[in-house]
Design a protein. Structure first.
Length: 53
C-alpha cells in the first residue's frame, strides 16, 4: 500500500487530510446536533415549568 513515497506524495496526504477533515466535521456535526437538541429540549422544559406556575 505504501510504496517508496515518490508516486503518492503529491496527492495522498492532501486526499487523506481532506477525508479526515470531512469525517471529523461529520462526527462533530452529529455531536453538536445532539448537544443542541438536548439544550433546546432542556430549555423548553424549563420554560414550560415556568409557564405552568
Amino acid at each position: 500500500f505504501v510504496k517508496h513515497g515518490h508516486v503518492s506524495t503529491s496527492w495522498d496526504p492532501r486526499l487523506g487530510a481532506a477525508i479526515l477533515a470531512a469525517w471529523v466535521a461529520y462526527r462533530y456535526r452529529n455531536l453538536l446536533a445532539t448537544i443542541v437538541v438536548g439544550m433546546v429540549s432542556l430549555y423548553a422544559l424549563h420554560g414550560l415549568q415556568i409557564l405552568m406556575r
